[in-house]
Design a protein. Sequence first.
Length: 604
Amino acid sequence: MREGEKGSALLLTLFILIVFTMLGIAVIGATVGGAQRSMTREKDVQSLHLAEMALNEAVAQIAAYFDGKEDINEEEVGEYIREIESKINLSSTVGTSIDKAVGTIDGIKLVGTEEVGSGYGKNYTIKITSTADVDGVTRKLEQQVVLNSFPEFLQYAFGSEGNLYINGSPYILGNLYSGKKLYIKNEADYIYEDSEKTKRTVYPALRGSAYVQSPDSIQYCYVENAGASGCENDRPGDYRQIKLSDASGNKSVEEVLGIPESMIEIRSSKKFVEVNVEESFLDKLYEAAGIARGTVALGSDLKSGAEALIDSLSIPRMIKPAQPADPDEDEELEYQNALNDYYDQFRTDELTGSYVFPGDLAVTGEEYARLLYSAGSKNERGEEVGVYKSNWFIVEGDLAIDNQNEAEALDVRGNILVTGDVLIRGDVRMDATIFTLGETTIEDAAIEGLNGSELVLISKGPILINRVEAFNEITNPYDPEPTNTTQSPPVLNAFFYTDSSAELYGVGSAFWIRGGFFSKGDMVINAVLGNTDKGTDDLMFDARNELSTEELIDVSEKNSSLTALKRQSRFVIDYNSDVYSDQNVGLPRVRQINMAIGKKRFAD
């Protein structure tokens, strides 16, 4: 060993020991730090979970507060909300088995009211805040709950409390609701010369949110080639699960409905506020008489039960003057004057009170020229000691609004109760709410809004819309805000509700609805694009339905050509929220509160 190298082994050994000691300390530090971070992360997750539990507890307490409160009117909603904060136990803790962990409801506060329509009602928005602390790790969350007393079906462009089938390419501007499953396919079903047929076309275009039971409840079918075997409505096994963000292989929501996944909203059928047509009919019947609602059931024969009840109420009856037998000159003159006075109620006068029309009524534009209340009388509702009084025209039988004058539209304005069936045919202008205990047929009809208003028709039986603009040419895409009042096909300014099932066709017929359509039972919509003509053995379809696979799945709003194409669907529904203000008196009152629960988010 050289003279200058004595002791170097010791230094090297010491250096190595220091290095390994530092590495050991670093490893221990990393392990301890990782454990601390894991523990902090676990506490963070636990505190978030506890804060969510506190919000859920608050929502449950609000729901429990309204449970059992029936026949809620608009004024009571605001009063109840002002009581909630004092009634609900704020700062109450939610249960947990974690040491040094607590979740509390911090506040329930009314943060805003939004008037819907003019004088109909309001949305009341409550903000709930919560805090959770797990051993010093704190999370603060908030959630909004919107309360109102509106009929829930009026909040959607279309929907069903049962299964909803969208076959082909309807164009929907507004939200939809499905109370069970939502089935979608790029193929429309139709019947031609008594033969069941199908037409491959594009998927629908939805310009709103889809309210469903769960993302898993959305099913789709894709028909690759024209004439290929597609999916049958009565064979749900033919359909596939929609693709979600964590799935692969199937088509996405955007490919099938034209909306991002974020626009899928969960609305449980258990929380859906139903409308009972029979009960609503009774509500309005007692309002027409201006007396307190009695405890009465119409029985299995709704028509005869309703007419027996009507006959027991003190409501003026429109009795047509009876022609005297073998009259003299004075008697004949008296009869003719009485007859003219009777018909003037439907020719030149405006009705102002509640009336009963015994038997079937056909408003044709001739003797019964129109059915017209004054605007004030139609929208007037009084209240005295909790009893409401409004003006209703009650038909003990069938009502036909059948315009036989092609040169001029027939006017209808009022709130109408019909114990039988309803037929609407021809060119009519309407500002009306109609309840019918029978079936409804809309046939070769154009329903314009009277003075910018519309029709709301609530039917116990099924609603059939047929031969509306059959085989007429679609000259321009649907325009939500037309520069003139005419479109081709003309628009049905109406909102339809049926207590039954519904099957609608925009294949041979073409109809555009500005309003909505909702059914208690299953609903099926069939639609194609562009023009349809009669053929020898089948319908002849527009080439607009024949798109490539790439075009079929490109449903982005950025693709303006495809968006314009879908606006030429033979079935268009454009949601109209003005029904709340236009038909406020006629709309059914709900017997429970509506609660729309927003998403949880971190508090500011």
